[in-house]
Design a protein around this ligand. Sequence first.
Ligand SMILES: Nc1ncnc2c1ncn2[C@@H]1O[C@H](COP(=O)(O)OP(=O)(O)OP(=O)(O)O)[C@@H](O)[C@H]1O
Ligand SMILES: Nc1ccn([C@@H]2O[C@H](COP(=O)(O)O)[C@@H](O)[C@H]2O)c(=O)n1
Length: 226
Amino acid sequence: MESVPAVIVAIDGPSGTGKSSTSKAVAAQLGLSYLDTGAQYRAITWWMVTNGIDIDDPSAIADAAGKPEIVSGTDPERPTITVDGTDVSAPIRTQEVTARVSAVSAVPEVRTRITELQRSLAAAAERGIVVEGRDIGTTVLPDADLKIFLTASPEARAARRSGELKGADVNATREALIKRDAADSGRKTSPLAKADDAVEVDTTELTLQQVIECVVTLVEEKRAAK
Ligand SMILES: Nc1ncnc2c1ncn2[C@@H]1O[C@H](COP(=O)(O)OP(=O)(O)OP(=O)(O)O)[C@@H](O)[C@H]1O
Ligand SMILES: Nc1ccn([C@@H]2O[C@H](COP(=O)(O)O)[C@@H](O)[C@H]2O)c(=O)n1
């Protein structure tokens, strides 16, 4: 097979803009690894909740941050996440974890720990990787070959999420998204932000397939220029 240069792609943006769906599809199409960094923050939050750590006490979270062993599988066709050997892919998606993840991920000791994991996974990806999150382009991989910042209106994001969570109220979903984005954007340590050199893609009026095609084209252009 012809060898192609490894490419590192950072995809950031607020909740529900399509980061996971886009990143997974782009990675699968281009033969790259894939990392869902939100799943890692959810996994450490799940561990804190399960082990009775007081989520309102940042120093208790900081003291415990080094304890759980979090392992992410980076195959885009079958991404996995375990904590101390337990598959947590389902429990990390519960409302209980979603409501607490911003508080846990704001603690600097948590971010240092998870950022180290992310950088080592990116360095180990031989063909390259698509890493999605909130601070990948600004903090985790500032030298990424391509940085994308996905956006969409709160209404579009809430409609997408409500379609996923059958029966969920669109207004309540919209308010919850806005609240989580405000917490993630407002924290002191590596907040949700667009890197200065990121390409912004507003997905409000685009289908998922159109977003995937747009990002695949941008990655291919970067690879061709390497
Ligand atoms: N352009 C699009 N048009 C319509 N639906 C979309 C689009 N992009 C993503 N979706 C759908 O929106 C939902 C949320 O997408 P996804 O989980 O990829 O977002 P996300 O940015 O990773 O969210 P989060 O940060 O909360 O994990 C999914 O059901 C997905 O299929
Ligand atoms: N790079 C990142 C990624 C995520 N977070 C935090 O995790 C939460 C869950 O993320 P999802 O993508 O699974 O919705 C998110 O709200 C952030 O609090 C982060 O801080 N940095």
